[in-house]
Design a protein. Structure first.
Length: 423
């Protein structure tokens, strides 16, 4: 804490004068001693002391200037990192084109100011317009954007390219890559001209944007294949059970634990009856998003049926599953569902036995534990003891007509996509 600020110059001068007045005699005595030492030993003590004092003051002044410059650089880097984190977090939840468009509209001005931009996604060698915002003049046609995108990809691979965007006419194009794969091109109007620093910062920003485009593409593919519940964004029942069977086989090989949660919304029928099915759909949709935000990206979420959700927790023992249940229950209590009543969850937990491969039995134990939670007053969780026999489970659909073999072949990619969709 500063006692004297930079604006208190008059106060500082007054303090100096008061100090000199107060210590006038001791100061004279000190100078007399210095003079006697100089006479006795024939040395210029006082001039040397003055030179050292001046040198010390200059050195300290330079250090303060350097420290201020370093602080300014650090502050700029912190602001840049904060922008990137904000951008990445916003993109993580943008799994639909409209959501991605809103995110770009809100976040890109932090990197490009009020400059216009356009974004193309590339799928199967076809360009698809995702977003466009024009600040000067009429927007570019999709054909003109496609030509620029193709040219930018060609020039980006030329030797000597600095990889900080390709300048074409009045547009700087940033190729969007996920590994070696081109997923799109972002074009930014270069009026006023982007500085080198701006272009370097923008290059860092396009990495999460490329991942967001890839996630959007994968989610759309999953929706087209019919294995994702479009209301909640979770896998459907058949795909969830198939994933569970795969995780059980993997757990048997690796000898690592795997657990499941069975979630049920308390009094959901009452919500539908009193507030309508649209209100119930809102609760289901927000719960799907909440699960993705609270749990790990490696966890697999599935809408099991109605208002029940199955969560698969790879490499998680019973204690870890209980912690996940606690987090979900607490987050659900604070979830804004659009009406005053609080919505809660009853959760059943079960850990797979060592070497267990029967998904039906495991889900049955979690289902029974979930009903015990309901019988205990709801808004709580119960874990199935390992020695508890599983009740006769509800029939699990493990195949999807006309696409089960295709799903088996594609399952590693689809599992990864489902996990990425709620990271």
């Amino acid at each position: 804490m500063r006692i004297i600020s930079r604006t208190d110059a008059s106060l500082a001068v007054s303090l100096i004068i008061a100090a000199v007045t107060l210590f006038n005699q001791p100061l004279k005595d000190f100078l007399d001693v210095i003079a006697s030492i100089e006479d006795q030993y024939h040395v210029a003590f006082l001039p040397a002391l003055t030179v050292l004092s001046v040198a010390f003051a200059i050195t300290q002044s330079r250090k303060r200037v350097e420290a201020a410059a370093d602080a300014k650089v650090s502050h700029a880097k912190a602001e840049e990192l904060e922008r990137l984190l904000s951008f990445g977090n916003a993109l993580a939840g943008s799994l639909e084109e409209e959501a991605l468009q809103r995110t770009l509209c809100q976040q890109l001005p932090a990197f490009f100011g009020d400059r216009g931009y356009w974004l193309l996604a590339r799928r199967d060698k076809t360009w698809i317009e995702i977003a466009q915002a024009s600040s000067h003049g009429s927007p570019r046609s999709i054909e003109a954007q496609e030509q620029m995108a193709e040219q930018a990809l060609l020039e980006a691979n030329l030797p000597g390219n600095d990889r900080h965007g390709v300048e074409l006419e009045e547009v700087v194009c940033f190729p969007l890559m996920v590994g070696p794969m081109v997923v799109g091109v972002l074009g930014v109007h270069n009026v006023p001209r982007l500085s080198t620093t701006d272009r370097i910062a923008s290059t860092a920003a396009v990495a999460p944007l490329a991942l967001a485009l890839r996630n959007l593409s994968v989610v759309q593919e999953l929706q087209q294949q019919g294995i994702v519940d479009q209301l909640t964004g979770c896998l459907n029942r058949a795909a969830g059970v198939m994933n569970l069977q795969g995780e059980l086989r993997r757990a048997r090989r690796s000898r690592r634990p795997v657990s499941v949660l069975m979630l049920d919304i308390d009094q959901f029928k009452t919500i539908n009856d009193s507030r309508g099915h649209l209100a119930g759909d809102v609760v289901l949709e927000k719960l799907g998003v909440l699960i993705g935000n609270v749990l790990r990206t490696t966890d697999i979420r599935c809408r099991f049926g109605g208002d029940e959700f199955l969560i698969i927790l790879p490499e998680t023992a019973l204690e870890g599953a209980e912690q996940a249940a606690i987090k979900l229950r607490a987050a659900m209590r604070n979830l804004d569902v659009g009406f005053e009543s609080r919505v809660t969850l009853s959760i059943g937990i079960a850990q797979a036995e060592r070497g267990e491969l029967d998904a039906t039995t495991l889900v049955g134990r979690a289902d029974a534990a979930m009903y015990k939670a309901k019988q205990s007053g709801r808004d709580t969780f119960r874990a199935a003891a390992t020695e508890d026999p599983a009740p006769p489970p509800r029939r699990l659909q493990t195949t999807a007509p006309a696409r089960s073999a295709e799903f088996e072949r594609e399952s590693p990619r689809l599992i990864a996509a489902s996990r990425a969709s709620h990271s």
